[in-house]
Design a protein around this ligand. Sequence first.
Ligand code: ADP
Ligand code: MG
Length: 389
Amino acid sequence: MNDILINKTTSYFTDTFGTEPSKVILSPGRINIIGEHIDYNDGYVLPAAIDKIICFAFEKNNSNKSRIIAIDLDDEFEIDLSAEVEHDDKVWTNYIRGVIHQLKSKGFELEGVNCVFSSDIPVGSGLSSSAALECGFLFGMNEIFNLNIKPIDIALLGQKAEHWVGINCGIMDQFSSVVGKKDKVIKIDCRTLEYTYHDANFSNYSLILFDSNVKHSLMTSAYNERRQQCDEGIAIVKQHNPEIQSFRDCNEETIISLKDKMSHDVYRRSLFVVKEINRVIQACDALDNGNIEALGALMFATHEGLSQNYEVSCAELDELVDLAQKEESVIGSRLMGGGFGGCTINLVKKGFEEEVKSKFTKSYFDTFGIELKIYDVTIGNGTSVHQYR
Ligand code: ADP
Ligand code: MG
């Protein structure tokens, strides 16, 4: 599958520039098994890089300008590296501009490159095509100019580039895209950025994503509001328990005992966060012990929390999880990512995949008149150089 994408990208490069690229970089999207909305709450997350990637072909062009071509959009732009980096109306170019801006701010002297890229990561479905774009471009610049940037710093610079674009994201997406490993999930401590790999052995179950194919505009405002509510929640906790630094140090009882001190919403958000942090720890144990059914139950519990207490779901995602709950061969399902649209992540018993897919497609269309999109995912490597010659 990746071979077709790599051939397409490198041939396009050669046809356009008349030389072979000197570096080919593959940069993956990511899933998150569990641990939602807690990367900005000092929690743990459990993501993994996937086998869907952006492929980049690079070559120095011995000038002061870079020319970047997005094959999928049939679009390109040129950037003068000696000038101040500015935002542009074409949003996709800002992810690259953001990276160049970060590199320049760090004092790196850049020369021009020709770069062509193409992707099979669905865009805007919560699989982090944006992180793959930032981190892949950064990784390529690092390789070509021997900038000696460490993987973790590639992730951090990628995150800063996305902030520059205007999205106040946490670190999980860039981190997973960079440090991902085939057949491993990454447990990331979002407080310290320490991480450990765990076997992604789902035994008798397949990972399937159902894409609701909707994106409600509430997303950004709700995200900012949730962050603010969590800040308020933890401030109240600290006020009454000076020894507590973050939600990580709380248990459910701590929050319940402060119910009267919090608004109804702040209380429910705080309770979700504390429960979700614990679910990630339990999910990791379940995975380590091969207890995939327990993992599935935790995923359902996460969805219920996201829907009822954190209130970031929507009718379409709730319906997809409802369908999963009624289906014996689906043992876990939840909305993945920020919410208000995008995908659900599901554990489906092997042998039943096609049956479940066609049932869900029909039922989802009957209810909403919307075409369900489906992605099979396996867990792949983080951003890397591809030896193609
Ligand atoms: P997600 O990261 O969940 O896929 P985002 O909205 O964060 O969704 O990022 C998607 C944006 O990233 C696109 O709107 C586009 O600007 C950029 N992007 C992603 N993939 C490509 C691609 N193949 N070609 C050009 N731009 C892309
Ligand atoms: Mg994104």
